[in-house]
Design a binder for this molecule. Sequence first.
Ligand code: AMP
Ligand code: MG
Length: 505
Amino acid sequence: MTQTTSPDPIAAAIAVAEPVFAFDNSYARLSSRFYLRQLPTRVASPRLIKLNRPLACDLGLDADALAGHVDLLAGNRIPGGSMPIATAYAGHQFGGFSPQLGDGRAILLGEIIAPDGRFDLQLKGSGPTPFSRRGDGRAALGPVLREFIVSEAMAALGIPTTRALAAVTTGETVHRETALPGAVLTRVASSHIRVGTFQYFAVRKDTEAVRELADHVIARHYPDAAQAPNPYLALLHAIVARQAALIARWMQVGFIHGVMNTDNTSIAGETIDYGPCAFMDAYDPATVLSSIDLHGRYAFANQPTIAQWNLTRLAETLLELLADDKSAAIAQAQSALDGFPQQFMKAYVEGMCRKIGLASVIAGDDALCQDLLDRMADNRADFTLTFRALCDAAQGPVHDQVARALFRDPTAFDTWAIAWRQRLAQEAGTPEQRKAAMQRINPAFIPRNHSVEAAIVAAVERGDYQPFEQLVEVLSRPFDDQPDAAPLALPPRPEEIVRATFCGT
Ligand code: AMP
Ligand code: MG
């Protein structure tokens, strides 16, 4: 973009921009029905709250330069090479279909070409778009900090996720139930393409757009599918596999997404759209923390079933591409979807076995894991602490005190541990090696609700970002014992328990 003769404000804004990112905008090259060109809305007085320097570095960005560009991170200026757009998508929300959602409070600035690949750079909370419906296009500081903390914690746990590059406050007030400070999150994602993006075109019977999107997704995320005899079927299989792996990882750390709508289901298999998400403290598979999940649709234990439901909605959008004959297409889609439970269970059981110190899975191991979980549920044992304590207990019964004390009836642990030790005896490796391996999969630190809440309250009500900073820092090394941060490893005291989380949109 060199010429600014056009009166188009978007072209004008882009043309004067400095090149800060190596942008390439493959999504903006798709046909125009995929998005609307849209500038962020200027904010009064942006202030940088947090720049994620390690992530900036991984993306090949100059963190110091970026820290000096709060105007870019607030949407007040458009970086050179950007093609700002709001993308179109639909979605099933709590089971009900909305044919038009779209980026109502986010602008995709473009894709940066980083050493590790192509990543979307998106401003979330950057003002209204034609997709805003009745919303103001803005984000409040609390939800921005929550997404920052939890998405970065997920990344440090090794779980596929969108990332948080920066958070800025806007100097403006947003009105929710009360007046709150406004903020903008700079989000990084492999892409922001959702199951709902496919649904948007399928419901409009725009098969050519579904095909264009599928081709784009294959090129961008699943290049191997292009070599398959039926690339669209291979694509579906690959997306199913990534979702199965993702949900298994959630279930192994006690993560509850809270709003697993199809518009919040990433085609790239990343955890996306952190709203009223939460980690469980005491293990209870029926846990629901989201204040808007009135019927427990997205309860912890329902997540695999819901993921498969969401994938079924995706498969429906691809039928026209799979085969000319409808029943053949349905049979192919069904075969891909049928793979989900098995792939999920395999990943889940392998991961749970590693959590209890088993490098391989043999017959009976899944029952051993389930027996532990049942006893944890009956005894209100803390999910994270129990598995962390097992790392020590794996060295022998004299190290059992911490683990057994987490159970209301400690003998419930003792009887399980007898069977566990019989099984461990068949494994190779020294106790020290086993402990080290277990500590690499069983975190000491997770973003506990009450700690996240406390960090948000301190920032929003007192302008004190120290608890937020400390939490982000500690959660960047979740598998390390960090004695100085020991209180952050603990479950809430009764008066600290957070029983409901809010998405705050
Ligand atoms: P979410 O709950 O963030 O997954 O968003 C669901 C849909 O509501 C998406 O289409 C969002 O763009 C839209 N949305 C959420 N919050 C706002 C807001 N404050 N202003 C405009 N649109 C919003
Ligand atoms: Mg969403």
